[in-house]
Design a protein around this ligand. Structure first.
Ligand SMILES: Cc1ncc(COP(=O)(O)O)c(C=O)c1O
Length: 507
């Protein structure tokens, strides 16, 4: 839940030196916000009893970890003063409505009685939270704004720096994000691009892959994996999956190598790495380029090494639903090769080097400076979110085991730690997957199918000559898998609710 902290609560916390409520409002499940428009009023009130510099440092300390909500000027102009209400209280109501907060914590709830917003005293907060925790009546797949209290101050600062600088294309924010993502992925180089899809295409172009070449990849993945191969002019060669990890089967990959094979594109599906040792060995033996589709797998590891550094290229997506998501589309390619890095930077801007001179045909694959700024604000939280996802996955495992449903459901296995659970995937036996999904959705429990149709039987790949039955493990997975909400904001109570609902349907 997210609440606005009325300025009288903050003043009282500082003057009484009792920060209990502020502490409770630093929790991800009960985040507090303060209205920026009230900060000057808090400051002047504190200055009456404390020296000015003391008042300022006390305020700064009290507000650590509390997000600051700024009402846009237009909202203020649209908030008329009222004869019966303090103007800051009118703005507080406006803020609760604009930011969709769950209410206001205030020493004078009666002042908000007419407003229609929930207002309560600080000491009522534990009870409010307890009631909301136990009153689960829906489980969304994702709740992106739930993380805003953690990131908002930094996002606002980063974004306003970009907007005020007027520097929107490449520039210092992009360079800084590239540096930080490269370090996170334990590689020397990274190139920011417009999406995960363009990351894959750029890597293929930098590897000089094109007409006449074959690229081996999984048939059980998001469309962009094979779509980018086709766009490069090469032919995707599909292989079936390992039924436990859902990743490409290594023996079948070996068998798919021909004299035309130029690259392998392993997809670290759902956030778990492909078995990379034998894949790296076969790539070395046959002189094949390895392009990791790590779009779902930032932070995942294979034998202690991060995804993105396990091949020649690592391709990442910052689509909003990813573990590290932007406020729109963005992506990144990582590499250990200085030469490939330099080449990708040129290909990213139409193959232009120097300005208006083109030795190669590239594209406009640039990441926006604004997306880079947002991602810079979010990146320091990624490890914490990965921990949350891993804890949620473990909790589901425990709950399902306890529920007695494991004869009907297969739980995901962490074969190659560390799995970062971009998706938590169960298998539902006995052709009950679709009915279970329908039932859960009818109970307001979101769940999804990634992916219902493997790529070899997609219409647009008809020319490749595949038919149903060619890749039985992928087809079985497409018919049995179900993704459950596992993102960092999912609560233990929501997980219990989901498992109870699944139990009431399956038993
Ligand atoms: C496995 C995989 N590859 C590629 C992509 C493409 O990434 P984007 O949506 O950023 O273009 C995605 C994104 O969903 C993905 O999951």
């Amino acid at each position: 839940m997210q609440f606005l902290l009325h300025h009288n609560v903050i003043i009282q916390a500082i003057t009484s030196n009792d920060h209990t409520t502020l502490e409770q409002c630093r929790d991800k499940n009960s985040a507090g916000w303060v209205l920026s428009n009230s900060l000057a009023a808090i400051h002047s009130e504190l200055s009456q009893s404390l020296k000015m510099d003391k008042a300022h440092s006390a305020l700064k300390k009290a507000l650590q970890g509390i997000a600051v909500a700024s009402l846009p000027g237009i909202d203020i102009l649209e908030t008329p003063p009222s004869a019966t209400m303090d103007y800051l209280d009118s703005l507080a109501i406006r803020a609760v409505e604009t930011f969709k907060f769950d209410g206001i914590i205030t020493l004078k709830p009666e002042a908000f009685a007419e407003s229609g917003i929930r207002a309560f005293q600080p000491d009522a907060l534990p009870q409010v939270l307890k009631e909301s925790r136990t009153k689960v009546d829906r489980v969304p797949l994702l709740n992106i704004p739930a993380t805003y209290p953690q990131i908002w101050n930094a996002v606002e600062q980063e974004m306003s720096e970009v907007v005020r600088s007027g520097y929107f294309i490449l520039g210092p924010k992009v360079a800084e994000l590239e540096k930080q993502v490269a370090a996170y992925c334990q590689v020397p180089y990274a190139v920011g691009v417009s999406s995960g899809t363009d990351a894959l295409l750029l890597a293929l172009m930098a590897a000089d892959i094109g007409p006449g070449d074959e690229v081996i990849t999984s048939t059980y993945t998001f469309f962009a994996t094979a779509g980018s191969i086709v766009r490069s002019g090469a032919k995707p060669v599909f292989v079936d999956i390992d039924p436990v990890t859902f990743n490409m089967d290594i023996e079948k990959t070996k068998a798919a190598i021909t004299s035309k094979t130029k690259a392998i594109m392993p997809v670290h599906l759902y956030g778990q790495c492909v078995d990379m040792t034998p894949l790296q060995d076969m790539a070395k033996k046959h002189k094949l380029v390895v392009i990791e589709d790590a779009c779902q797998a930032i932070g995942s590891e294979f034998k202690g090494q991060r995804a993105g550094g396990l091949g020649d290229f690592g391709c990442f997506s910052f689509f909003p639903t990813k573990n590290l998501g932007g406020f729109g589309d963005a992506g990144m390619v990582t590499t250990r090769s200085k030469e490939l890095y330099e080449k990708m930077k040129v290909l990213r801007v139409h193959g232009m080097e120097p300005k208006y001179y083109h030795k190669m045909v590239g594209g406009n694959f640039r990441i926006d400076a604004l997306q880079s700024a947002i991602l810079l604000a979010k990146l320091p939280h990624l490890e914490g979110w990965v921990d949350d996802r891993r804890n949620n996955a473990q909790n589901y495992n425990k709950l399902f085991q306890k529920s007695g449903l494991t004869d009907q459901l297969t739980l995901p296995k962490e074969v190659f730690p560390r799995h970062v659970y971009n998706q938590y995937i169960i298998r539902v036996a006995g052709e009950k997957r679709d009915a279970l999904r329908e039932y859960l959705n009818s109970q307001k429990v979101a769940c999804e199918i990634y992916y219902p149709v493997p790529l070899h039987i997609q219409d647009c790949f008809k020319d490749l000559g595949h038919k149903k039955g060619d890749f039985p493990e992928a087809e079985k997975a497409a018919a049995e898998t179900l993704a459950l909400p596992v993102a960092n904001e999912v609560t233990a109570e929501q997980q219990e609710y989901l498992v109870e609902k699944a139990k009431s349907f399956l038993s």
